[in-house]
Design a protein around this ligand. Structure first.
Ligand SMILES: [Fe+2]
Length: 181
């Protein structure tokens, strides 16, 4: 699926602009991670973009979350690997490869980076790894962000924390103009 069509699908399915922005932020991080690993960037980007596609419909239904999205994506003819990655961000049993594991970490770090960017006058530009790590340690900052899904990245996908944050910042910066950052 081309990016324009993918963005249009997000806009069709998401009820809140903040959800669309979150999806695009994770897309940016996933594309940068794919580049770092020498993997397929468009595939990883689509997984990030679609991971919470049904968020505004499934709400607190944790078991149904991602399954509704998977149904829509199957209908739209989206690559099975992307659908598996979408399911994987919410359900551990689908974390079968690097991409479907990376999306968990990308989701968490994107949440932290966006929250950090929003409190800076320069937003995402010039953001430093060291300042993001300070925010990571501040438990009261963006409390909804799962810290373990960020700090556990090296043990999970083999990328040292500092490098992971650095690559993720670059990924966010690529999409920042689109999401007001
Ligand atoms: Fe997410």
């Amino acid at each position: 699926m081309q990016r324009d069509a993918a963005i249009a699908l997000c806009r069709e399915k998401c009820l809140k602009e903040t959800t669309v922005r979150h999806l695009i932020s994770v897309e940016g991080v996933m594309r940068a991670l794919a580049a770092r690993f020498g993997e397929e960037q468009d595939l990883w980007a689509l997984t990030g973009l679609f991971h919470d596609l049904d968020q505004d419909h499934t709400g607190d239904d944790a078991d149904g979350h991602a399954h509704m999205a998977a149904g829509w994506l199957r209908q739209a003819g989206v690559d099975d690997r992307v659908i598996n990655g979408v399911l994987a961000h919410a359900h551990e049993r689908y974390r079968t490869d690097l991409m479907s594991t990376a999306v968990v970490h990308a989701d968490a770090v994107a949440g932290l980076l966006v929250a950090a960017a929003l409190v800076r006058p320069e937003k995402a530009s010039g953001m430093k790894v060291s300042s993001v790590k300070k925010k990571l340690k501040e438990k009261a900052f963006a409390p909804g962000v799962n810290r373990e899904e960020i700090t556990g990245v090296e043990g999970s996908i083999g990328l040292p924390l500092d490098e992971f944050i650095g690559v993720s910042i670059e990924g966010l910066q690529q999409v920042a103009p689109e999401i007001g950052l």
